[in-house]
Design a protein around this ligand. Structure first.
Ligand code: FAD
Length: 303
């Protein structure tokens, strides 16, 4: 029986495991792929105190750090269900059953892909999903934001302050973002909004050079010559496996309080799988620490 079982091995899970293990309690980690989304990131420039690091390197260091403590890391394993009985029981896809006094869920999220030719090829070579992370790379350049929801329009406003010109592509006849964001966007002189636009392909040689889209009304094909493409069509939390065991918001994110606690006593959550407003590495690490300390406070109150 574990005292704390962490599910997930991204920044949030790793930070939870370190904080739990440092309390001298029996800590385990169930991890499908150690490193999480950070493995998909080339240059990271906003981990405070580390001006530049590549994703795989950062997560190798994080894994080494976890391994300095007695954490039982079960890699290549996916959690399938979680249930609270006398103890908390987590089943894995391989059929194993793990028991723990407290659990921390840190299964992260994934950006919805647009699934057009060039998207995989140019990931990290002009295609980005995070304006806070990669915006500064496109200073004085032309970029496209795909997606007219809140995250797309926030990104376009943010990027308009850095980039030379920002095109916003929306598939539907109108933007879906809050009116206040749309008003702000319309006030910017270096932004062009294109609705009814179905992205066809992203092209280039070694880096992104252009995006083609189809006008869904006229059926004409158009090309935008841009250095960057931000795809902001939705961040999906990896919470499908929870089914209806925990309270989630409409987006499927786990609801947590300021101790990282969910609605089930003893089950905590951290990082991008929760309803935290911003999704970033340092924020995930911070919420992982909060959830571990929350779990410890919970454990010392059990008889
Ligand atoms: P994740 O990193 O998503 O990790 C989730 C973990 O859970 C993984 O180990 C996964 O294998 C595991 N898992 C999932 N489901 C299960 C299951 N059922 N059972 C067991 N394990 C499971 N942020 C920045 O701060 N700076 C950047 O420059 C930056 N660039 C980014 C670039 C890209 C391309 C992307 C996609 C994201 C970027 N981010 C950046 C965001 C940052 O990566 C995330 O905010 C952060 O990784 C979230 O950490 P997490 O631990 O919550 O989740």
């Amino acid at each position: 029986v574990f005292d704390v079982l962490v599910v997930g091995g991204g920044p949030a899970g790793a930070s939870s495991a370190i904080y739990a293990a440092r309390k001298g309690i029996k800590t385990g980690m169930v991890v499908e792929t150690f490193g999480g989304q950070v493995l998909e990131t080339l240059g990271i420039e906003n981990v405070v105190g580390t001006p530049y690091v590549e994703g795989p390197q950062l997560m190798r260091q994080v894994e080494e750090h976890v391994k300095q403590y007695a954490v039982d890391i079960m890699k290549g394993q996916r959690a399938q269900t979680i249930q609270k009985k006398e103890l908390i029981e987590v089943t894995l896809e391989n059929g194993a059953l793990l028991k723990t006094k407290a659990a921390i869920l840190a299964t992260g999220a994934r950006w919805r892909a647009i699934n057009v030719p060039g998207e995989k090829e140019f990931k990290n070579k002009g295609i980005a999903y995070c304006p806070h992370c990669d915006g500064p790379l496109f200073k004085e350049k032309e970029v496209v934001v795909i997606g007219g929801g809140n995250s797309g329009i926030e990104a376009a406003i943010d990027l308009a302050g850095l980039a030379k010109h920002v095109y916003v592509l929306e598939f539907l006849p109108e933007l879906k973002a809050d009116q206040v964001l749309q008003t702000k966007l319309h006030s910017l002189s270096n932004v062009t909004i294109i609705t009814n636009a179905a992205t066809q392909a992203i092209t280039g040689t070694s880096q992104v050079e252009a995006l083609t889209y189809n006008d869904r009304i006229t059926n004409e094909e158009h090309t935008l010559h841009v250095a960057g493409v931000f795809i902001l069509i939705g961040l999906m939390p990896n919470t499908e496996w929870l089914d209806s065991t925990l309270d989630l918001n409409q987006r499927g994110e786990i609801l947590v309080d300021d101790h990282g606690a969910t609605n089930i006593p003893g089950i905590f959550a951290a990082g991008d799988c929760t309803d935290s407003v911003y999704k970033q590495i340092i924020i995930s690490m911070g919420s992982g620490a909060t959830a571990a300390l929350g779990a410890f406070d919970y454990l010392i109150r059990q008889t």
